[in-house]
Write a protein that binds this ligand. Structure first.
Ligand SMILES: CC(C)(COP(=O)(O)OP(=O)(O)OC[C@H]1O[C@@H](n2cnc3c(N)ncnc32)[C@H](O)[C@@H]1OP(=O)(O)O)[C@@H](O)C(=O)NCCC(=O)NCCS
Length: 187
């Protein structure tokens, strides 16, 4: 399969070694790392991550993860990354994740990219269910999942410690038949 996806305004493509500075421009920021399981990354740390993202993870027909660079078709600028994690191939469960450069926020780019990745997960990989998790305080993240049509399935109250504080976590999910209904409604 091809791991490049085109949408109206975006090209999602595999990472290259030349992407390190563009990723560091946002993975190095406090506001991007705040609700992630990592602290703001140095350029060297980003280089290690990008090298991992460039390597195939698992078999092509049943990968373990896929990380795609989100670029603008108009300028080729790298504006974010989308992650698709294959959590259980037998039950066809997948998880999506996303990080975008705040310089490109508020224009619907993350929504457009995430829709393309959901199409890939449900369409190409025939997933049964896709879910996403976020800190309950990360309103941009859960609002994005609501825009995607995902359903809030859980709110875990103080279930863990996260960066020294009680963690409040939302789970969102969508089933493949619900995704198909949404696609039908959109067309
Ligand atoms: C989560 C994250 C990707 C969301 O980014 P975002 O800019 O809010 O999302 P989008 O790019 O889809 O833009 C949506 C906004 O653009 C507006 N918009 C403009 N044109 C739009 C279009 N064509 N389609 C959809 N929305 C559009 C929406 O109304 C929305 O505006 P609002 O912020 O006033 O509600 C971003 O905040 C981020 O990377 N955060 C840091 C990393 C992180 O926490 N990741 C999640 C870990 S769980």
């Amino acid at each position: 399969m091809t791991t490049s996806l085109e949408t109206a305004r975006l090209l999602l493509r595999p990472f290259t070694a030349g992407d390190v500075d563009a990723v560091h421009a946002y993975h190095g920021l406090d506001e991007v790392a705040r609700y992630q399981y990592w602290e703001p990354r140095s350029r060297d740390e980003v280089a290690v991550e990008v090298a991992k993202w460039m390597e195939p993870d698992g078999k092509p027909e049943a990968p373990l993860s896929l990380v795609l660079a989100v670029t603008l078709r108009s300028t080729q600028a790298l504006i974010g990354d989308m992650v698709l994690l294959f959590r259980d191939w037998e039950a066809r469960q997948g998880e999506i994740g996303f990080s975008f450069n705040p310089a490109f926020a508020g224009q619907g780019y993350a929504t457009e990219a995430a829709n393309a990745v959901m199409d890939l997960g449900f369409g190409h990989f025939k997933l049964h269910r896709l879910f996403g998790r976020c800190d309950a305080r990360n309103d941009r993240s859960w609002r994005l999942m609501e825009r995607l049509g995902m359903r809030r399935e859980a709110h875990f109250r103080e279930h863990a410690l996260f960066k020294g504080e009680w963690d409040e976590e939302f789970y969102y999910a969508l089933l493949s038949r619900e995704w198909a209904d949404l696609r039908r409604e959109a067309n």
